[in-house]
Every structure is written in C-alpha cells, then in structure tokens.
Design a protein around this ligand. Structure first.
Ligand SMILES: NC(=O)c1ccc[n+]([C@@H]2O[C@H](COP(=O)([O-])OP(=O)(O)OC[C@H]3O[C@@H](n4cnc5c(N)ncnc54)[C@H](OP(=O)(O)O)[C@@H]3O)[C@@H](O)[C@H]2O)c1
Length: 276
C-alpha cells in the first residue's frame, strides 16, 4: 500500500502516482495494466492525451476499479460552462467507467479568461456525481484566489511542473497552506540530464538507490505527489522503490539547490502560456 496525503476536503491520494502521457492504444493499455499490477493506484490522464479510452480499458481489465483513482483534465478550448460539462461527460464515456475520481482544469489560459466558468462546471460535475474530486493544473496563487473569491470552492489538487530544476518552493507552500494537494508533473525531467547530475547520482549511490528513485523521493519528501510515466515494468517497479528512500534534510536541500528561475522544461509559464 502506498501511503496517502489528504486535501482540505478529506480527499486522500497516494503520495506517488503514474503518468500516462504518450501511453496510447493497445501497447499503452498493456503498460498501464502492468503499472496497476505493480501497485500504482493513482492514474493520470487528460482529454488532450487522447488516451482516456486506453486508461479506461486498462482499469476495466484490471478488475480493481474500486482501488483506483482515475484522473482526467479539461482542455482549454472547452472552458465555457456548457462545453465543459459536455466534455466531462465525454471523458467519462470514453473511459467506459461510471465516473471519474479526479477531474482537473488542464491550464488556466488567463488570456482567454474563462477558467472560473470552467471551474463552476467542475463544481457542478462533482455535485452530479460525474467526478468524485476536482482540481486544477498549472494554477498560480492569483488564479486560485479568483476561484475561491468567485465560487467559494478551492481545488483539492493543483498539478504543476515540479522537478529539481524547477522546485516550486512558493507554489508548494501556498498549496500546503490551503490544504491543496500538489501533484508534480515531469518529476523525472522528462528524460533530460537530471538523472545524470553528479549531485543526484552521488546521493543515489549513498542510499543504494537509482537517480530516478532519488528524484521521486525528493518530490515526496517536499510534500508533492510525483506522477512519473514509465512504459516498462522494470522502470515502473524502480520508480515505486522511491517509497523506500528516506533522504536527509541536507540531501533534500542539495537537490533543491539545482533549481533555477528558467528551470522549466519548456516555455510554459501559466501566466502567459495558452494551451487549447
Ligand atoms: N498537467 C500538465 O500540464 C502536465 C504536463 C506534462 C505532464 N503531465 C503528466 O505528468 C506525467 C509525467 O510527466 P512526463 O511524462 O512529462 O515526464 P516524466 O515522468 O518526468 O518522464 C518520463 C520519461 O522518463 C522515462 N523514465 C521513467 N522512469 C525512468 C527511470 N526509472 N529511469 C530513467 N528514465 C525513466 C520515461 O521513459 P519510458 O516511458 O520510455 O520508460 C519517459 O521518457 C505525464 O505522463 C502526464 O501524465 C501533466
């Protein structure tokens, strides 16, 4: 069993989940099925990954639907309230499940300015039982404050880019103060040079662990829920091994020190980036 963390609403999520971006079709369903067999219970997905059907097929084949937390996300082009509700219904239908467990707004798209509309649709979807819990991705404090001010409902989850090059100290602290669970996307740096950094490799060696395990243990130790994506069963199992790595405070600080202001993987500052 993976330990859990709790949001202001009482929602409990495991401290480590599974990313599915690019896992599609039969090979994707097989990979997700293997991840479920290894013990992952929190599965990430999105309307825009075009793999909600694949995730749903893997979940249905697993026979363990009730143990699993299935996530999807609302794309920017469907932020209008009615379109958002239809999209959520469509997401649920694509999975072949009765409902989803967690539904997130994928990006705030502040220039479009409709994320509060989208949020009221998610609130209604939760009230109607289409989804069990609701949250956002890539929201900055100013976006979260607007949701709170205009709807009175704070997200249960904020899924953000978070890895040692972009440690997100301030957003993590903000989310923690408000009882919002922070999920970490691209926690392994999406296969960049983080796994080869001397600072990471040395700490891994000291723990008899792998660099990937150290990156994930670092995210968990800081209170985030990393969502590593891995196609192979070996890497899926390796990444779960992060749960057995207990980093010391100075090791956590040394990894956090790799952070840099321009540490995002791509030019995706939520204050200006638009994704439809
Ligand atoms: N909300 C958002 O805006 C947003 C944005 C991006 C991502 N996400 C979510 O976050 C998830 C994770 O992010 P990501 O897929 O971008 O990147 P990631 O999980 O940081 O990295 C995935 C890459 O790392 C490799 N990998 C996995 N385990 C490894 C290991 N133990 N050792 C070495 N390499 C390993 C994978 O290769 P193989 O698969 O080939 O093994 C893949 O190439 C996504 O899948 C998606 O669900 C959300």
């Amino acid at each position: 069993m993976i330990p859990t963390t709790t949001a202001h609403s009482g929602l409990q999520l495991p401290v480590l989940g599974f990313g599915t971006y690019k896992l599609k079709g039969r090979a994707g369903a097989d990979a997700i099925g293997r991840a479920i067999e290894q013990g992952y219970t929190l599965l990430d997905s999105a309307f825009n990954y075009e793999n909600e059907g694949t995730v749903g097929a893997a979940v249905r084949a697993s026979g363990r639907r009730d143990d699993l937390i299935i996530t999807s996300k609302l794309p920017g082009r469907h932020h209008e309230r009615d379109a958002a509700l239809a999209t959520i219904e469509e997401s649920v239908a694509r999975t072949g499940l009765e409902r989803l467990d967690l539904y997130l707004i994928h990006w705030p798209n502040p220039r479009v300015g409709k994320y509060v509309d989208a949020w009221s649709a998610l609130i209604e979807a939760k009230e109607r039982g289409l989804v069990r819990a609701i949250g956002v991705c890539n929201f900055l404090p100013e976006h979260l404050e607007r949701l709170q001010a205009e709807t009175g409902v704070l997200p249960e989850v904020n899924q953000i880019e978070l890895h040692p090059y972009f440690p997100q100290e301030e957003q993590l602290a903000y989310d923690r103060e408000h009882g919002i669970i922070t999920q970490a996307w691209s926690p392994l740096g999406r296969g960049n040079d983080l796994l080869e950094r001397d600072e990471v490799v040395e700490i891994a060696r000291a723990h008899g662990a792998t660099p990937a395990q150290v990156l994930l243990a670092w995210a968990i130790a800081r209170g985030a829920v990393p969502l590593p994506k891995a196609a192979s069963v070996d890497r899926q199992r390796e990444n779960l091994g992060a749960l057995d790595v207990a980093l010391a405070e100075d090791e956590i600080a040394a990894i956090t020190a790799l952070g840099r202001p321009d540490g995002r993987l791509a030019d995706q500052d939520p204050a200006s980036y638009e994704e439809m």
